[in-house]
Design a binder for this molecule. Structure first.
Ligand SMILES: Cc1cc2nc3c(=O)[nH]c(=O)nc-3n(C[C@H](O)[C@H](O)[C@H](O)COP(=O)(O)OP(=O)(O)OC[C@H]3O[C@@H](n4cnc5c(N)ncnc54)[C@H](O)[C@@H]3O)c2cc1C
Length: 346
């Protein structure tokens, strides 16, 4: 490798389920990969994990991410804790700035996700009466009393959707005016959703930390098991914008446009997970990470060489395998560990 060659073949920005899966695939498919993550993110907010087959519901997001990070590292990927503030260059040689350091890579994967807009307090704890993921948490409200907060189209729709799970749904406007359309208003009023205008002034929780009720400024107290604030999303798209990636409407939000394998409008840049259009779910984020990882392998792998590339020559056996010494060492260690007798074996 000459001095001008990038240090890594792949740099993944964001260490949630999407980025970790992309890094797992690129590393196990033989490409030197660095994953740069500032920590936090939506998966880290999970008290429990739902909808991920093979993962017990009691697994927290922090546990899931810790195990996944160790898994990726064990195959030889480098992981860096830090915030990527800038990215420049182009396909074959990108530079990513992290504090005083910089990392170079041939390809970049953005897996930076978004943050849910948080309403004003008083609010229960996330996962204990405050829920941001409808497809994850609607199940836990079957036959329970539920609120939806917000004034926009999505709040009205989620309130009606929750009638699939329970017959007790309140839509809390918190003193603000509804912003949904007249058609939505007519539709909403034809559904048994109670609209509560008053602002929330207090909250009661149980010994287990779960929400029990909200108090309203007119003096009423209404009991809820939990509910969904619907105030939109704040995309972590600063790097996408620096790179000039095309954005696309995704249910009123500006997601990063990708093809079926996470390729963006800029060559050599991929995007996966919540940053892109589609369902915001861990299995979906993982699937997108996997597809991007495989697409990157097709793009970056050395062999087979086409006849045009060989131009009458043959592949030099000494130039195989194409995997770096670092990844070969990691593979050898894993082989050794798998073959080593367990500590309590005779
Ligand atoms: C409270 C809650 C509960 C949920 N429960 C479930 C559930 O049970 N099951 C389910 O399937 N889904 C659930 N979801 C949805 C799920 O968490 C997301 O769909 C999933 O985490 C998306 O993965 P991601 O990797 O795209 O993004 P994230 O998990 O958000 O990860 C993005 C990462 O990128 C990092 N990052 C951002 N910008 C930068 C930068 N410039 N430099 C470095 N790092 C950066 C962030 O810090 C973060 O670590 C839940 C979401 C929430 C909010």
């Amino acid at each position: 490798m000459s001095e001008a060659d990038p240090e890594y073949q792949v740099a993944v920005v964001g260490g949630g389920p999407a980025g970790l899966t992309a890094a797992l695939y690129t590393t196990r498919l033989g490409h030197d990969t660095v994953l740069i993550n500032r920590g936090g993110g939506r998966a880290a907010m999970m008290q429990d994990t739902h909808n991920v087959i093979g993962i017990t519901e009691e697994t927290s997001g922090a546990e899931l991410l810790q195990t996944a990070t160790e898994q990726v590292e064990s195959y030889g990927a480098d992981t860096v804790r830090g915030y990527v503030s800038d990215v420049h260059g182009g396909v074959g040689n990108f530079t990513l700035d992290v504090g005083d350091d910089s990392y170079t890579a041939e390809r970049v994967v953005l897996a930076t996700g978004f943050s849910d807009e948080r309403p004003d307090p008083p609010l229960p704890r996330t996962g204990r009466g405050l829920h941001y993921c409808l497809h994850c948490d609607a199940y836990m409200f079957i036959d329970e009393s539920v609120y939806v907060m917000g004034t926009g189209e999505s709040a009205a729709h989620v309130a009606m959707i929750m009638l699939n799970f329970t017959d007790e749904v309140d839509l809390l406007l918190r003193g603000a005016e509804p912003e949904w359309s007249d058609t939505t208003d007519e539709q909403l009023r034809a559904h048994p959703v109670e609209i509560i205008d008053e602002e929330i002034t207090g909250m009661n929780t149980g010994d287990d930390g779960w929400l029990e009720s909200f108090e309203f400024e007119d003096g009423t107290v209404r009991e809820y098991r939990g509910g969904f604030p619907m105030f939109g999303s704040d995309y972590h798209a600063e790097l996408a914008d620096v790179l000039g990636l095309k954005r696309v409407d995704d249910d009123g939000e500006e997601a990063v446009e990708v093809d079926d394998h996470g390729r963006t409008s800029v060559e050599g840049v991929f995007a996966v997970g919540d940053l892109t259009p589609g369902h915001n779910q861990i299995p979906v984020a993982m699937g997108e990470g996997a597809k991007a990882g495989i697409a990157l392998h097709y793009d970056l792998r050395e062999y087979p060489k086409s006849l045009a590339e060989l131009d009458g020559d043959s592949v030099d056996p000494a130039a195989t395998p194409a995997v770096s010494q670092k990844l070969r060492d990691a593979a050898a260690k894993r082989h050794d560990d798998a073959e080593a007798p367990a500590a309590d074996d005779d």
